[in-house]
Design a protein. Structure first.
Length: 376
């Protein structure tokens, strides 16, 4: 295996570095391990030697256009700059809060990779290990080969909606419970969400624009889920983004509050880093009244969290579930959307036009537009 690399994300304006911070590639390692187990290349519970290497941009080191996870005795997997996107957006948001950036500023963010100094030989030998993924063998004829599907019981969605309406206009949250089925012959898996455990806010409380988890919020919910039955695990979390207090009295309101914020991404990465973990966000959808909240599904896909389209399907005995497929094969064109974005990514630079979205008591958010470096 090659040497160890450290990665950092830097935000620049007109060529000047505004801020830089270390960037983790743990999600890439997790995704590569998960993909190896699903495909049958790895035995569940094994932890092979793996390393993350930079895919250098056209200009060469230290500018990075992506990363590659190399597994001892197995195939490698590549990931684009999108795996650093949340980290970059977090830096941009911090710069907005510090008033270093203003609305409509144009900045660039880039990733640098540096080889870490060799460490002295250890005095003791140790072997890394991890718990196996909580997979149960089964047939999944209704799941496409090589994909990961998520099925959510209708009763779970109804319970979340009731909780959201009861808590409005304050945010609420909970932990999702479910089981994982693995069809090794088809390289497919399905997460079946069968329950949820609502959690109370921690010492910092909750408001219309935030929900502060307590030190034991997730641990208490996980203990409850462990008592639900063999094979049931904490499979993710849910929370709400309620509209303003006046919204329910205004059916014609066109506001939409469902999105996955930078704070949400941080919570997900810290509390639910497993590749199968999902998140649900409940809130107001454009074109629907606040009294009929919608729910969106977000899942790890190619080492980054993305919204996954939902569809309703029959689930026997007239019952219904909602399902989405997570495709784990990433392409540059899909991430950037056009040839200009692909060219920008290959140069290791992503140009971002800062669009500040402000609401009462809400943190500023940065919206990204990818353009050719040096372009308009």
């Amino acid at each position: 295996m090659s040497g160890l690399f450290a990665f950092s994300v830097g935000v620049h304006r007109r060529g000047a570095l505004l801020r830089a911070a270390p960037a983790s590639t743990a999600a890439c390692l997790e995704d590569a391990l998960w993909h190896g187990v699903l495909s049958g290349e790895l035995r569940n519970g094994d932890l092979p030697e793996m390393a993350v290497e930079p895919v250098w941009a056209e200009g060469g080191p230290p500018s990075v256009a992506g990363v590659r996870v190399v597994r001892s005795g197995g195939a490698s997997r590549e990931y684009g700059l999108h795996v650093f996107e949340d980290r970059a957006h977090g830096l941009i948001r911090d710069l907005l809060k510090a008033q270093v950036l203003r609305a409509d500023d144009v900045v660039e963010w880039a990733v640098a990779g540096m080889i870490e100094p060799a460490l002295p030989a250890p005095r003791f030998r140790a072997r890394a290990s991890r718990a196996p993924f909580p997979l149960r063998p089964g047939r999944l004829d209704d799941v496409r080969s090589g994909t990961f599907a998520v099925a959510i019981e209708r009763d779970v969605l109804a319970a979340i909606r009731d909780r959201v309406l009861g808590a409005a206009p304050v945010e609420c949250a909970g932990v999702l419970a479910g089981t994982l089925v693995h069809d090794r012959g088809r390289g497919a898996a399905r997460l079946e969400i069968t329950g949820q455990v609502a959690v109370d806010a921690g010492e910092r409380g909750a408001s219309m624009t935030h929900f502060a988890f307590g030190a034991n919020s997730f641990a208490a919910a996980r203990r409850t889920i462990a008592e639900m039955g063999e094979g049931t695990v904490a499979a993710g979390w849910w929370h709400s983004h309620p509209p303003c207090a006046d919204c329910p009295r205004n059916p014609s309101c066109r506001a939409e509050t469902i999105f996955f914020s930078a704070d949400d991404a941080q919570v997900h990465a810290a509390a639910f880093p497993a590749a199968y973990a999902v998140a649900l966000v409940a809130g107001k959808l454009r074109g629907r009244p606040a009294t009929d909240p919608g729910i969106a599904l977000y899942a790890w896909s190619g080492a980054a969290v993305e919204e996954v389209p939902l569809r309703r399907l029959a689930s026997g005995a007239g019952a219904c579930a909602v399902a989405g497929y997570v495709c784990r094969e990433e392409t540059a064109a899909r991430r950037t959307g056009d040839a200009a974005g692909t060219a920008a990514a290959s140069r290791g630079v992503v140009r971002t036009a800062v669009r500040v979205v402000r609401g009462e008591g809400q943190a500023d958010e940065a919206r990204e537009e990818i353009a050719e470096p040096g372009g308009p």
